[in-house]
Design a protein around this ligand. Structure first.
Ligand code: 5GP
Ligand code: ZN
Length: 114
């Protein structure tokens, strides 16, 4: 997707504070952090949202989570806890339509179901 900002970050065409990269996923700090740790983990290939995942993406979807857990340990928030969020579609509050997992922690969270 030529006009997708997360595709551009994956390809190093837009700068970001990248904290992890491998052949499947890239992780970088959110430009507007809502907590001391706020990292986005994205697939390197463009998938618009969870709704765009297929059975062929199951290893990739799992990898997004295991990388999130590993980064939480690296950030020193595994013990205190953290939140993993994937907003999906308009009602889910998604604003960038390239699948991403938010890893948020470093402070207590409000209840998520409000
Ligand atoms: P969503 O609302 O789609 O769940 O989350 C999109 C997130 O991407 C937001 O938290 C927003 O701050 C972040 N974001 C949007 N554009 C950029 C960008 O160019 N660079 C980085 N690092 N984060 C971005
Ligand atoms: Zn994209």
């Amino acid at each position: 997707m030529s006009d997708c900002v997360f595709c551009k970050i994956v390809k190093n065409e837009v700068s970001a504070s990248i904290v992890y990269h491998d052949e499947q996923v890239t992780a970088f700090r959110d430009i507007h952090p809502v907590a001391p740790t706020h990292i986005l983990i994205v697939p390197n290939k463009h998938i618009h949202s969870v709704s765009g995942l297929t059975t062929e993406d199951e290893a990739l979807a799992g990898h997004l989570l295991t990388v999130a857990g590993r980064l939480a340990s690296q950030e020193g928030i595994a013990q205190s806890g953290y939140r993993i969020i994937t907003n999906t579609g308009a009602h889910g509050g998604q604003t960038v339509f390239h699948l991403h997992v938010h890893l948020i922690g470093g402070q207590p969270m409000r209840h998520p179901m409000g």
